[in-house]
Design a binder for this molecule. Structure first.
Ligand SMILES: NC(=O)C1=CN([C@@H]2O[C@H](COP(=O)(O)OP(=O)(O)OC[C@H]3O[C@@H](n4cnc5c(N)ncnc54)[C@H](OP(=O)(O)O)[C@@H]3O)[C@@H](O)[C@H]2O)C=CC1
Ligand SMILES: O=C(CO)COP(=O)(O)O
Length: 338
C-alpha cells in the first residue's frame, strides 16, 4: 500500500483518487475548497464534478496542503494547466522529502510553450523530486468512475518510474501501458483538445461525419508533424495518447472541449461558452500555444491556425472551414514530412 496524494478535486482528480483508493492505497485528495473536502469526507460525494458517484469510504480529503505534502510518497497533480505553477508554489514550501510526481493535465502553456513536465521540473525543488511521470490517454472521468474499461499510458524516460505508476493505478478496469516518450505523450494529449474543439464546431454546424473523420485524420497529421519535430517518437502519435485520445475527445459527449466547440459552432460566443461550461476547457489556451508552436517550429498546422482565428480573431466558424477546404492542393502522404 502506497501513500498517495492527489492535488485537485475536479472530475479527473476525483476519478483517479477513486481508482487509487479502490486499489487499496492510502489516498488523500487535496482541494483548495474547505467545503468540498468536508463533502468528500462526510458524504463521500463530489456533486459539482461527478454528480452521480459515491466515493469509496477509504478516500479522504483535505484543504490543508501541508497535510497533503506530509502524507505523500507519490503526488498526482490533477489541476488545469493554468493552475499548475500556483499549486507547485504552494506545495514547494511544504515538501520535506523526495516524492514521485505524476501529472495528468493536458495542456501547453502559451508564450513559454512549455509542456507540463517542463513546468513541473522548473517549479519544484529538484532535491524533492524522485521523478516526473505523465499519465495520459483516452479516459473520460465519467466512464472511469463507472468502471468501464479504460486504457492509459504512464510515460517517463526512466522506465522504472513509469512502471511504478503503472503498478499504482492498474486494475481490472483501468489498464496502464508504459512509454518512454514523454514529449510525444504530452504533445498528443494537449493538442487533441484543439482538434476536439474543431470537431465540436463542425458538429455544431451540422457538417456530419465526413467532416469529423477529416478533422480527426488531418488533425492527427498536424499533431504528429509538430510532435516529431519537437522530438517525439512518430509511433506514439498512433498510440493511446495520440490517436486514441483524439478519437475519444472528438466523438464523446463527455468531452468538455467537444461540447465547447459544439456551442461555438451553433453560434455562441467564446466567453458565454466558457461561462456555461463551469469546468476547464484546456483546448482554448492550448490553441494559442499550438499557433505559436507552429510558427516556432515552422510546421504547417492549418486546423489549429484556423481555430485560432475563430477563437481569438472573431472569424466565423463557417468561414474558417471554407478556408481549410480551399487551401492549395496537397499530396496526402508527402505532406506528413513537412
Ligand atoms: N475530466 C477528464 O475526464 C480528464 C481530464 N484530464 C485533464 O486533467 C486536468 C484537470 O481536469 P479536470 O479535473 O477535468 O478539470 P475540472 O474543471 O473538472 O476540475 C479542475 C479542478 O482544479 C481545481 N483548481 C482550479 N484552479 C486551481 C488552483 N489555482 N488551485 C487549486 N485548485 C484549482 C478546480 O477547483 P474549483 O472547483 O475551485 O474550480 C477543480 O477542483 C486537465 O488538464 C484535463 O485536461 C485528463 C484526462 C481526463
Ligand atoms: O482528456 C480527456 C479524455 O481523455 C478529457 O477531455 P475533455 O477535457 O475534453 O473533457
Amino acid at each position: 500500500m502506497e501513500k498517495v496524494c492527489v492535488l485537485g478535486a475536479g472530475s479527473w482528480g476525483t476519478a483517479l483518487a477513486m481508482v487509487l483508493a479502490e486499489n487499496g492505497h492510502d489516498t488523500l485528495v487535496w482541494t483548495h475548497r474547505a467545503e468540498q473536502a468536508e463533502e468528500i469526507n462526510s458524504l463521500h460525494t463530489n456533486k459539482k464534478y461527478l454528480p452521480d458517484t459515491v466515493l469509496p469510504t477509504n478516500l479522504h480529503a483535505t484543504s490543508d496542503i501541508a497535510k497533503a505534502a506530509a502524507h505523500a510518497e507519490t503526488i498526482v497533480i490533477a489541476v488545469p494547466t493554468k493552475a499548475i505553477r500556483e499549486v507547485c508554489e504552494k506545495l514547494t514550501v511544504e515538501l520535506t522529502r523526495k516524492v514521485l510526481f505524476v501529472h495528468v493535465s493536458k495542456g501547453i502553456e502559451p508564450d513559454s510553450l512549455k509542456r507540463i513536465s517542463e513546468i513541473l521540473a522548473e517549479s519544484l525543488p529538484p532535491e524533492y523530486v524522485e521523478e516526473i511521470v505523465v499519465l495520459s490517454g483516452p479516459s473520460h472521468a465519467e466512464e472511469v468512475v463507472l468502471h468501464h474499461p479504460t486504457t492509459v499510458t504512464a510515460a517517463c524516460a526512466n522506465i522504472d518510474a513509469a512502471e511504478k505508476v503503472q503498478d499504482l493505478f492498474m486494475n481490472q478496469f483501468f489498464r496502464v501501458y508504459t512509454n518512454e516518450d514523454v514529449i510525444g505523450v504530452e504533445i498528443g494529449g494537449a493538442l487533441k483538445n484543439v482538434i476536439a474543439l474543431a470537431a465540436g464546431i463542425t458538429d455544431g454546424l451540422n457538417y456530419g461525419d465526413n467532416a469529423k473523420a477529416a478533422l480527426i485524420t488531418r488533425g492527427l497529421a498536424e499533431i504528429s508533424r509538430l510532435g516529431v519535430k519537437m522530438g517525439g517518437n512518430p509511433f506514439t502519435f498512433s498510440g493511446l495518447t495520440g490517436m486514441g485520445d483524439l478519437i475519444v475527445t472528438c466523438t464523446s459527449v463527455h468531452s468538455r472541449n467537444w461540447r465547447a466547440g459544439h456551442m461555438l459552432g451553433q453560434g455562441m460566443k467564446l466567453e458565454e461558452v466558457l461561462e456555461q461550461m463551469g469546468m476547464v476547457v484546456e483546448g482554448v489556451r492550448t490553441t494559442k500555444a499550438a499557433y505559436q508552436l507552429a510558427q516556432k517550429y515552422n510546421v504547417a498546422m492549418p486546423i489549429s491556425t484556423e481555430l485560432y482565428s475563430v477563437l481569438f480573431n472573431d472569424v466565423e466558424p463557417k468561414v474558417a472551414v471554407d478556408a481549410l477546404m480551399m487551401r492549395m492542393k496537397k499530396r496526402e502522404i508527402d505532406d506528413m514530412k513537412h
